[in-house]
Design a protein around this ligand. Sequence first.
Ligand code: ANZ
Ligand code: ZN
Length: 821
Amino acid sequence: MNQETSYIPETIEKKWQKYWEEKGIFKNYSRDEKFYVLDMFPYPSGEGLHVGHPKGYIATDVVARYQQLRGKSVLHPMGWDAFGLPAENYALKNKLHPRISVEKNIKRFKSQLEAIGCTYDWDREIDTTDPDYYRWTQWIFLKLFEKGLAYESHEPINWCPSCKTGLANEDLENGKCERCGSDIEQKPMRQWVLKMTEYAERLLRDLDSEDLDWETSIVEQQKNWIGRSEGAEVDFGVKGSDVNIRVFTTRVDTIFGCTYVVVAPEHVILETLQENISNSSEVAQYIADANKKTNLERTELQKEKTGVKLEGVEVINPFTGETVPIFVADYVLGNYGTGAVMAVPAHDERDFEFAKKYTLPIRRSIVALSQCDHQGEIDECYADDGILIDSGEYTGLSSEEAREKMVSWLEEGNLGKKKINYKMRDWVFSRQRYWGEPIPIIHCESCGAVAVPEDELPLRLPEVESYEPTGTGEGPLSLVTDWVNATCPICGSLAKRETNTMPQWAGSSWYYLAYIMKECVGVSLNNAKDLFEKWTPVDLYVGGQEHATRHLLYARFWHKFLFDIGIVPTKEPFKKLMHVGLINAQDGRKMSKRWNNVINPDEMIMRFGADALRLYEMFMGPFSQAIAWNTEGVSGVRRFLDKVWKLGMRTIASENSSQVRIHEPVEGKNTEVLFHKTIRKVAEDIEAFKFNTAVSSLMILVNSIEKRKTLRVEEYKTFLVLLSPFAPHISEELWERFGETQSIFLAAWPAHDESKLHDEDNTIVVQVNGKLRDTFVAPVDISEEEMRRCALESENVRKHIAGKEMKKVVIVKGKLVSIVM
Ligand code: ANZ
Ligand code: ZN
């Protein structure tokens, strides 16, 4: 054999990457069973990948290769989420047109991914900024518009003064711009909004359906974001007028304890009642001050609550007929519920604090079951459900019963109704920025907002001289006069194009369908039903926790809409979802240019090889947990691969020599059991995302093989198949050197032999007077004598027999030692 005999990753990795690509080894799309494995696609930032980024990509690649070995058609595509603020801010900073920097960055990302040996089908590569791609993003928008789910609104929205654009609620982090950290202002402006709330109930309900197999932590985050809240709306009439203040409460059962009503500074009633409010200038001042605060500043629990009483006006509690005062206070938000609350200080923390501060009456109307006769001063609020007291005909009912009865009474008297609220808002869908999909709408003076005709899609993003944000509330597109001026598709008169663009999250809301469409040339979103039948839902979706709310919510919303209009056959897009734990730097901090602790995968590949990098990232710890990088770990894994290589070469040599292979019965049996256990374990672990333990069981197997003097070729080759999803290049190379002429990835995943799994060891149970006191592990052929000795040596057993007389010891061989005292 005149092939290189030492392990040089550099040469074999390039060779096999080229081979897989050229032979299309991973493009078997006509097998019976399908498996669609998807990565959250990256936005190609200028910094390239650091070693933390590929962790998820390696995991999906392991799964893709494994499923291929399992005989499935595996779809494993990749693409680029290249519109939006990150790409645009990078381009602005580096004074490059976003298109140029995006192209450059994509190239770099792609070559990094290729060097890791990912199986992506690059024929299906997508780029959200490609007009052939975004024509369908625009098409979906038009469908939403057609169905009344996209509308224009003039409500105040989140405005980032530094990014100079409006933002959705999902784009805020603790009340600040998630991109640049600036404080967010509320700014009234015209914007496009998608009616996501219309899907709130389904987005929530389907989280519990069988179509979904997600980690509970992410399901919880979705649920919290949707924030379903069941309660009632109740009208409090303003005394001496026919005006009502409608409040939203989840605790109508506490209404007999309501001692005042609070309205948000934005509430219209403040205008309506202005003439009647005797301290209106004080109120006006308070409203002006509140306007300067962010929502976060207003609602933070720790912040001291402020407010002003409206002098000269009062409202009537519909249940008691009693009049109570009205306050304006900014801890009540204008855009939640009705913007007004009934305050029950005895049972609500915020109201309690407010009442203490302004010495308002605190009246208890609910008690815990155990304290029905509790009296005296109220020095803390009781926020749980309980039993009603001092509540007229409802006294003695449980909170739950009372809520039901009270709501019926309200509905009968037309004084209120049952109401479900969601924290989730409609999706603010326009950005006053350049680098996004143009919204395909034309504004006509007589026809209003009119859809761009479908056959004019894609509506291309025009070239501009200056793509910097204007800050005027109009996007940079408004400066491109030629483009802005259009004719109305309905009446033909002069009209103007919409100049806002779509948010970054538009393109990523349907991209998993675009990969599927690429299977055939000429397929469009609205005639791809067969392909979607074949491939949806995505079987496994892997990505970062940071997308647990926003992206997943948006994509699920669009998917459900596409389901409703008959485009896709499933209710949910992603069957199983796993999140990647972060890789931090060796110093425990976040890997960042700022801390100068970034490790580049290219460098690791150069030093140790791609297989070592892959294996290390899968081995370093539980997949979903954050963990610190350790370069020594990579070199340890590299030593393991060196060993694999050496053993492989030795096995090949022994096969080629005519030397008789001696079978060593004892060790041979041990390894055989271990061997079948490993086959089973690696498969189970890959399916359960326990890559670290899969790798460690491969290491244990190799150590055991190493101890033997001779190796069986078939065993070694089976081991290579088990290793191949993790370390594909070295496995493929050795496979070839064993004389195989077809790719290892066209082989079949080995089946373990159940009959060979019988343990060499048994677990033996020790009882004292019939109670379990200890267990120990012993070889199957342990003698009764030995069992007795081990049992009596156990510390816990000794504790239970100390100072007592032993009557007898019953032994069931290989199973049980029972001591009777
Ligand atoms: C009276 C009451 C008594 C309340 C009690 C709670 C406990 P979630 O679960 O968040 O929906 N609320 C209603 N609208 C509000 C607004 N715009 N800004 C601030 N707070 C508002 O909570 C609903 C509860 O939050 C409502 O129920 C209301 O206070 C308050 F013992 O009404 B409750
Ligand atoms: Zn018109």
